[in-house]
Design a protein around this ligand. Structure first.
Ligand code: FAD
Length: 323
């Protein structure tokens, strides 16, 4: 398989660069072809303007998407943009490797997206989501280092959750263009790690990369479920979960499997949200937001939960609501 790594760190000796290189090694070792666009080493120009094109549709007013459509028809992309589009077309998976900057990607990588993901050649018309360049078969992986630790991004701290931070890439770039996003590889605060911990992170990224084409991808909803860009054809339900009987020894043995099943539901796009009271709360409740074809499907899934015999459920259909 062909893998494109788009790497965006200005220091070749950074830990982020070490992770990227280790991932590339593991991919080679697993028999894949790896192409690396090291944006700083290439001095990639991130500024999107007329220099994206060797052609002009309208010299009086620059409308980027219109010029991209034109350039797609007449092979009019500038050589640096054309080279990157060709790499994206040829790859079976793309990896974005970058440090978290301002809750997002560094400008040089954002500029790569702005210039390379061109309307016509890469996306547009029917070329969106599962109909996009990735065809829902190519894969997308984030390898990212951070300054803050996991508790700063778990949704209970001041910062947004890490899922929200990576969503513009996972959904807005990978899935919008038909690349199936994988669970991102986040290396939390490498600057605060010991050498041993950093060594373990290098091994972790190597096994993540080696598994690139085996790991089940995250299932984001297909465009086909939203005809004419209107609301979801599937329904959404809030499930309130209560304890039906007192937990015993066996209950605790099932908790790990229960969590694994909820994670799998999340990956499949069946579980949109989950929250629960503290486990020592005598009035314990959990709340699930589920996306399914109908109520029967919710009931069917709930019956598969390892802890089902301890639980009772209230299922309420929910609807778009303004506040
Ligand atoms: P480095 O400092 O390069 O590496 C850490 C340590 O690893 C160093 O001591 C290095 O010598 C060592 N190392 C390198 N290679 C190896 C190797 N092969 N083996 C073992 N050790 C090695 N953080 C946030 O959480 N949120 C933000 O919004 C955010 N915004 C930022 C905005 C900007 C403009 C900047 C500059 C930083 C921001 N940060 C933010 C922090 C940033 O995300 C982290 O500094 C960065 O991700 C750390 O990764 P690094 O590779 O640069 O670490």
């Amino acid at each position: 398989m062909n893998v494109l790594i788009v790497h965006a760190h200005h220091e070749p000796h950074s830990f982020c660069s070490a992770l990227s290189a280790r991932a590339a090694d593991a991919l080679h070792h697993a028999g894949h072809q790896v192409v690396v666009s090291d944006l700083h080493a290439m001095a990639f120009d991130p500024v999107s303007d007329r220099r994206n094109f060797t052609t002009t549709k309208n010299a009086a007013y620059l409308k980027q998407q219109q010029e991209e459509m034109h350039a797609s028809e007449v092979a009019g992309f500038a050589p640096d943009v054309e080279a990157e589009i060709a790499k994206l077309e040829a790859c079976d998976a793309v990896i974005f490797s970058f440090p978290l900057w301002w809750f997002g990607m560094p400008a040089i990588l954002k500029g790569w997206c702005d210039r390379v993901l061109a309307m016509g050649r890469v996306y547009g018309g029917p070329k969106l989501y599962e109909g996009g360049l990735g065809g829902a078969t190519k894969r997308g992986l984030i390898i990212m280092t951070t300054g803050g630790g996991p508790s700063m991004y778990d949704g209970w701290g001041l910062n947004p959750s890490i899922d929200r931070v990576v969503e513009p890439v996972q959904h807005g770039i990978f899935w919008f263009n038909g690349f199936m996003p994988l669970e991102p590889f986040i290396c939390w605060s490498p600057a605060r790690m010991s050498d041993e911990e950093r060594g373990a992170e290098l091994e972790r990224v190597a096994s993540k990369a080696a598994d690139l084409f085996n790991e089940p991808a995250l299932n984001l909803p297909p465009i086909a479920d939203f005809p004419n860009w209107q609301h979801d054809v599937k329904q959404r339900f809030m499930v309130t979960v209560r304890l039906a009987r007192k937990p015993d020894e066996q209950f605790h043995a099932f908790v790990t499997d229960e969590r694994a099943m909820l994670r799998e539901w999340k990956r499949k796009g069946l579980l949109l949200d989950f929250t629960a009271a503290s486990s020592d709360d005598p009035d314990w409740r959990a709340f699930l937001i589920m996306r399914t074809a109908d109520r029967d499907e919710v009931t069917h899934h709930l019956q598969q939960l390892p802890l089902v015999s301890y639980l009772e459920f209230d299922i309420t259909q929910i609807a778009p609501t303004a506040v």
